[in-house]
Design a protein around this ligand. Structure first.
Ligand code: C2E
Ligand code: MG
Ligand code: MG
Length: 696
């Protein structure tokens, strides 16, 4: 019997090279998948680990199988199918366990443990495969070589996984791949060297070389299909991730509704334009745009119509852009534009085009709307040397344009900043006004037009500022509304007016103005109820005044709150009537007790037939709907005569009495005897004497 070791023929060499190729390509795919697993979390990571394990295990197994075919033992051989399958399962399961453990303990020595498990698994796979390899001869093993093969497999696989997990560089990834293939090859060839076979019958070929080659190619094909599946999955995932990243990037930089760039991109763009201007000496304008009547579309036509309008405006703005022009949606009904220019005329042309688009009617079904807009312009470098300053100065100019009904576009001027700073300081002072006792109420009489009798008093808020003196409500109430201070201030007014009215000798009504912001606060009915209880004022003596803008803000909600208030027994007046937009429908839908005709009509009623016609129409409307009408701002006898002849119910104005502090009204009460008309009013609200006064 002769001893046969491994002798490589030309045919065997091809098989060995094929095995090496299978091992290399499979490992390359497996480590790519393993890297991807490391980038994922949770279930995704398990999925990628599984793919990596299948690619690694299957390719190592296939490489081993092909290399076995190259092993010319010159003796009849057969394979145990069960053990052969078991060796494949060992390879895949072992690689899976190793990869999983290595990723779990990424910053610990578990990485190396995972690598060692993989090394052991492929060694186990090799020797299980060898046991499945039945040879007709005497098989002897050299324990030293076996031990060396296992040790090399474990060491190289451990180093490979260590490189793959700890070192992100491409070099390290290549090193990992090389080490892993080294683990596979060294295991195989050292393992085979451990083997000495003495065939019982010599000179018998295992099989025809062509058959062996066909089997080897089939096995290699399967291995490559598995690797290919891994590669395809990798590519699909990479593409999907790229698409998602691109979508997220788009979402992060664009407004969803209009598709226009958003604030983030606006800031980026402006930064770039400023940098460019610094180099080439051009100028950059930032234009803040606020739609004037957008809210109306939302209120009258619903949010969907509002969205459509914004989309149409966005599209139109986008279409007008030329080189060096940029437009973004800044949020809500605000847009912003940027224009790079050299000549002022270029900027003016851009603004004219913007205005043209913003004042073009929008068709929403059967409804046509023109939103109009207010534009504020600030120019780099003269109006601000940084991006932030420029944007905030454009905003300041825009607020100026919003406030000025005669101008659509305002250019930034230095004093705007001072005005805004002053406003800011005033807002801070206002927060402390209540606790520092700077607020007080003045009362203005309301009288019957027919009899001249007093019907009630309107409480009007005054702020005695320590530095600025008396600040008119038209100046500080909008600030209080913006900052939310109106909630506590409004409650203070309500409580003070009710408390003072409860002390009057004659139970006249007291009217208190409510801000839309107070209506937006769901607690309003509860607050009114509480104040009435605390001050002991009969609800029928309290009248609450609100303007149409309050109702338009949220019709359903306001109606609900109004019903709650009426249920308390208080009356409701609509203030400044005739200045809003939907006066008729407002009156039809809401349970008002009084219409207060805006004082602008009184200014003109003496001279303008149209104003007189409006007054007459409102009076007849009041009669039809059985709502009392009060004319505000009556300053002359002539106006009173007209009101009387037209049948107006009540009047209020400087002619009948100016707003005054309650003490003044009390003092003037003393001069009732002198017969001055205004003082008669004062007499009626002389406070009740307190118990102590009576005792005194
Ligand atoms: P309003 O409720 O329409 O109050 C009537 C305003 O017209 C008062 O101005 C009053 O002084 C003024 N006025 C009365 N008679 C005449 C007249 O014959 N001619 C002229 N030219 N003006 C007259 P005031 O006190 O400056 O208040 C302005 C506005 O501030 C009020 O308009 C009201 O909307 C608001 N306001 C005042 N007090 C409060 C308050 O406590 N809460 C809230 N939310 N708003 C208040
Ligand atoms: Mg009022
Ligand atoms: Mg009014």
């Amino acid at each position: 019997m002769s001893v046969i070791s491994c002798i490589l023929t030309e045919h065997d060499l091809r098989l060995v090279l094929l095995a090496a190729f299978v091992a290399l390509s499979g490992s390359w795919v497996a480590f790519g998948l393993f890297r991807r697993a490391g980038e994922k979390l949770g279930t995704q990571r398990h999925g990628w680990t599984f793919l990596a394990a299948v690619a690694a295990g299957a390719s190592v197994w296939c490489a081993h199988f092909i290399a076995m075919l190259a092993f010319d033992v010159r003796a009849p051989i057969s394979f145990d199918p069960l053990l052969t399958m078991a060796s494949l399962v060992i390879a895949i399961a072992g690689c899976g366990a190793g990869f999983h453990i290595a990723l779990r303990g990424r910053s610990t020595s578990l990485v190396e443990v995972g690598g060692a498990i993989i090394g052991l698994a492929i060694a186990a796979m090799h020797y299980a495969g060898m046991m499945a390899y039945r040879i007709d001869g005497l098989v002897e093993w050299s324990a030293g070589y076996v031990a060396a093969s296992v040790a090399m497999s474990v060491v190289f696989a451990t180093l490979a996984v260590h490189q793959a997990v700890h070192r992100p560089s491409t070099y390290a990834q290549h090193a990992a791949l090389g080490l892993f293939v080294l683990a596979v090859l060294s295991l195989h060839f050292t393992g085979m060297t451990a083997l000495t076979i003495t065939p019982w019958v010599t000179g018998v070929a295992v099989a025809e070389p062509e058959i062996l080659m066909a089997i080897a190619i089939a096995v290699a094909g399967v291995s490559l299909i598995i690797a290919g599946t891994g590669v395809a999955t990798y590519i699909i995932d990479t593409k999907a991730t790229e698409d998602m990243t691109e979508r997220l990037h788009h979402l992060a930089h664009n407004d969803i509704l209009t598709g226009l760039p958003n604030r983030t991109r606006l800031a980026d763009h402006l930064g770039r334009e400023i940098a460019r201007a610094n180099i080439d000496g051009s100028r950059v304008a930032v234009i803040g745009i606020d739609l004037d009547r957008f809210k109306e579309i939302n209120d009258l036509r619903g949010l969907q119509a509002g969205d459509t309008a914004l989309r149409i405006i966005g599209q139109r703005l986008n279409q007008l852009l030329r080189d060096g022009e940029f437009v973004a949606r800044a949020g809500g009904d605000e847009f912003a534009a940027v224009k790079r220019f050299r000549e002022q005329s270029e900027l003016l042309d851009f603004i004219a085009r913007l205005e043209g688009v913003l004042f073009t009617p929008i068709h929403l079904g059967d409804f046509q709307a023109v939103t109009g807009a207010s534009l504020g312009v600030a120019v780099y470098p003269e109006d601000g040397d940084t991006q932030e300053r420029l944007m905030s100065n454009a905003d300041l100019a825009m607020y100026r344009a919003i406030a000025d009904v005669t101008r659509t576009t305002c250019f930034y001027e230095a004093h705007m900043e001072e005005a805004s700073r002053a406003r800011h300081t005033l807002a801070q002072d206002l927060r402390l006004a209540i606790e520092r006792n700077q607020l007080e109420l003045h009362y203005q009489v309301q009288t019957s037009v027919a009899s001249g009798e007093i019907c009630g008093y309107e409480a009007l808020l005054r702020w005695r500022h320590p530095v600025h003196g008396m600040v008119p409500p038209s100046e500080f109430i909008p600030i209080a509304e913006e900052t939310g201070a109106i909630l506590s201030i409004g409650e203070w007014v309500l409580r003070t007016a009710c408390r003072e009215a409860a002390g009057w000798n004659i139970p006249h009504k007291v009217a208190v103005n409510l801000s839309p912001v107070q209506f937006a606060n769901a607690d309003l009915a509860r607050v009114v109820h509480e104040v009435l209880l605390q001050t002991d004022l009969s609800p029928s003596r309290l009248e609450l005044e609100l303007t149409e803008s309050t109702i338009i803000a949220d019709k359903a909600r306001t109606l609900h709150i109004l019903r709650q208030l009426k249920a308390l027994g208080v009356t409701i007046a609509i203030d400044d009537f005739g200045t809003g937009n939907s006066s008729l429908s407002t009156l039809r839908d809401f349970p008002f007790d009084k219409i207060k005709l805006d004082r602008s009509f009184m200014n003109e009623v003496e001279h303008s037939q149209q104003a007189k016609a409006v007054v007459r129409a409102v009076l007849s409307l009041g009669k039809t709907l059985e709502i009392k009408v009060l004319a505000e701002g009556v300053e002359t006898d002539q106006q009173l005569v007209i009101l009387r002849s037209e049948g107006c119910d009540e009047a209020q104005g400087y002619l009948l009495g100016r707003p005054q502090p309650i003490v003044h009204l009390v003092h003037s009460a003393k001069s009732v005897a002198s017969g001055k008309p205004a003082e008669v009013a004062g007499a009626t609200i002389a406070p009740k004497r307190t118990k102590r006064q009576k005792a005194g």
